[in-house]
Design a protein. Sequence first.
Length: 322
Amino acid sequence: MPTATVSSGARLHVGFQNLSLARQRLYGGIGVGLAEPRVTVSAEPASEIRTADPLVREYASRAVDVLDVPGVSVSLEEGLPRHVGLGSGTQLALSVLAATARAHGLEPRVREHAPAMGRGGRSGVGVATFEDGGFVVDAGHPTNRFTTEPPAEGDWTVPPVVARHDVPAEWRFLVVVPDAEPGRSGDDEDASMRSVVERADPAVADEIAGVVTRKLLPAAAEGRLEAFGEAIAEIGRKNGTWYTDAQGGVFRPPAGELVEALADCPVLSGVGQSSWGPVVYGVTDRQHAGEARSAAADALEELGLEGRIVVTTAADEGARVR
């Protein structure tokens, strides 16, 4: 039987452009696809759904339904840590979808089918990086469609990409995954986001718009690392002011302590928290990657934390299918 293997890198989520219902577009994700760490799944056609992983089973069930195929046998060969800010749910869901489609000789049509897989309801960054990698800004959703309650599951389209740039090959992303409580997900995340959106100050969105257009996009287009880092750090902190009540500060513990510990590191720029955390990231270059890793190890030790440290490039392409 034909076997399809799909491998996709994690993503960092810098933040949203707007969380206020007083503006015309809601959300509008900003993020970067990473080369590492990765999720990898393999699939073979089958007459039923066969897999050892409960979450893979859920996504395989959705994929079988949307693709109108009888079944699939899926194995999870490599996984991302879940609910830490690396986009594990979207990358796993879309990998299972693509592998199932390819095993049956079908086109995945990932962007079209992502809502049926339960993905792309807020940020479109994970879908966009699965497709093409790189640095991505999406358009968000029309505010009149989202109010304080999101549409019913699947009753949305993935927000279009309004800007995408390749990331210079010399750049390196420091990713620190502390051993800490997972970030919010599922119903807990929905409730937190609803609370945040109901109270979000629209003035913050106006400030972020200026940072995106006058700082971030020019820096990304021109490949200026320090300017890019300064812009994403500023956007991350401004996003944090929306979440202060929901997560106990501009950054959630212990991500906040890690951000502060790394913010003054001379070889790092753009230090921030990805999504709900606890992942903390920063940007450096190939020449200083070792120093950045050492700084992260020292910060974990000083804070009495265990954790994983990854230094990686940005993804220069979308998911790999073979």
